[in-house]
Design a protein around this ligand. Structure first.
Ligand SMILES: Nc1ncnc2c1ncn2[C@@H]1O[C@H](COP(=O)(O)OP(=O)(O)OP(=O)(O)O)[C@@H](O)[C@H]1O
Ligand SMILES: [Mg+2]
Length: 311
């Protein structure tokens, strides 16, 4: 397989999606890593982080699934996957479709799949209430397909309702994106409380393993203060490569793309690539941990200057 190639995506919009395969594959985990990406605060970069890390890992040669668990359907849109009037994760949660029937391939990527949301998902919070084992519907559905993937990411809505609880019950790891702005840490205690309850009652294996700083602006004191604050509270969990606030990142979804394909050499794409590689490094099987990780984003490396600007 060529190191880099252009692919005609042939998706519904007939857009050409350029896909770059990395020269150096990313480390494969010993078993499937299932991440829930959650923060009940709206607009902090959950979806952006989900789709771009997923795309980057897929470009690194790993088999990746994104589950769009938000009725807004933003992850489905960003991955260019049809979702409005077709069966999606809602139908699986309700027991009306087998999970294998709703998996879609993401155009332009060799090993990236998506289970879309659809508008009915907005009814899920209400309709799940009366169901047996209502918190475990997603976990049970995932059993059948999780061995097919190295990574599964579940993109949550901005709430701590039954959908997010289902995601937390189904995952092994929790990834929290934190926007480096004022009030960034507000509400985090509520999320951590929910995490604790789920861990105690529903999913003892759940681990808050990863925190990603989003929309970082190294020129502002505020961004740097928030980063320092998060670092002091979560030194182990924090990935110390902040995602910069970058126009290309916010433009990509309107082209039904991730920034990894829309503009792979832009600062946002490079940062997400580095974060994905760091996640893969952290998750590689223990016996390999002694080898030199040779950390290399493979596209271009960026360095953050002391003041946080991209060097
Ligand atoms: N690094 C970035 N630079 C610039 N804009 C960004 C960046 N990350 C996210 N955005 C923009 O910020 C907005 C919110 O991001 P996103 O949709 O990922 O957040 P979210 O937490 O999933 O939101 P919601 O809570 O509604 O699900 C979007 O318009 C997105 O394009
Ligand atoms: Mg979202």
């Amino acid at each position: 397989m060529a190191d880099s190639r252009e692919t005609n995506a042939g998706n519904s919009n007939n857009k050409v999606v350029g896909v770059r395969r990395l020269k150096e594959a990313m480390a494969k985990p010993a078993s499937t890593r299932i991440f829930t990406v959650a923060n009940q605060k709206g607009g902090v970069g959950k979806t952006t982080t989900t789709v771009n890390i997923a795309a980057a890992l897929s470009m690194g040669g790993l088999r990746v699934l994104v589950i769009d668990l938000d009725p807004q359907g933003n992850a489905s849109t960003a991955l260019g996957v049809p979702h409005r009037d077709i069966a999606g994760i809602y139908d699986v949660l309700m027991g009306d479709q087998p999970i294998t029937a709703v998996v879609q391939k993401v155009a332009g990527f060799p090993s990236l799949d998506c289970i879309p949301s659809n508008s009915s998902l907005a009814n899920a919070e209400v309709n799940l209430v009366s169901m047996v084992a209502r918190e475990l519907r997603l976990k049970e559905a995932l059993v059948e397909i999780s061995p097919n993937y190295d990574y599964i990411f579940i993109d949550c809505p901005p709430s701590l309702g039954l959908l997010t609880i289902n995601a937390l019950a189904a995952a092994r790891e929790l990834l929290i994106p934190i926007q480096t702005e004022y009030y960034a840490l507000e509400g985090l205690s509520q999320l951590l409380e929910t995490y604790g309850i789920v861990k105690k009652r529903l999913n003892a294996n759940l681990d808050l393993s990863t925190i990603v700083l989003t929309m970082f602006d190294g020129r502002t004191r505020l961004s740097n203060d928030v980063a320092a604050n998060v670092r002091s509270h979560f030194p182990k969990e924090l990935i110390d490569i902040p995602i910069p606030r970058a126009v290309r990142v916010s433009e990509a979804p309107s082209y039904s793309q991730t920034v990894m394909t829309y503009d792979p050499l832009s600062p946002g794409a490079i940062a997400y690539m580095q974060v994905a590689r760091e996640i893969a490094e952290r998750g590689k099987p223990k016996e390999e941990a002694n080898f030199d990780s040779n950390f290399d984003s493979n596209v271009v490396n960026i360095n953050y200057k002391r003041d946080g600007e991209i060097a």
